[in-house]
Design a protein around this ligand. Structure first.
Ligand SMILES: [Zn+2]
Length: 84
């Protein structure tokens, strides 16, 4: 009998295919998120000199909700321009 064994491993640990696929999705999402985060957090408000605080929420599936804690509209506008 001919049989093919497929192994999925994450950091040396053997996992199920489902787990493996999920981890790939999470990794891609995590990488995209940290890029956005780095960009946003390097911003400074021209008036108050403060940087925004970014909150990312993952409600489920592949959705990510981003929210920003800002000191004023100017900083918010700067973020929107950056992310556009
Ligand atoms: Zn401000």
């Amino acid at each position: 009998m001919f049989r093919v064994d497929l192994e999925y491993r994450i950091a040396g640990r053997r996992v199920s295919q489902d787990e493996w696929v999920k981890s790939i999705v999470d990794e891609a999402r995590g990488a995209a998120l940290s890029q956005v985060q780095a960009k946003v957090e390097s911003l400074r408000c021209p008036d108050h000199g403060r940087s925004p605080r970014l909150t990312a929420q993952v409600p489920g599936g592949t959705d990510v909700n981003l929210s920003f804690d800002v000191c004023c509209e100017k900083l918010k506008d700067a973020i929107m321009r950056l992310l556009r």
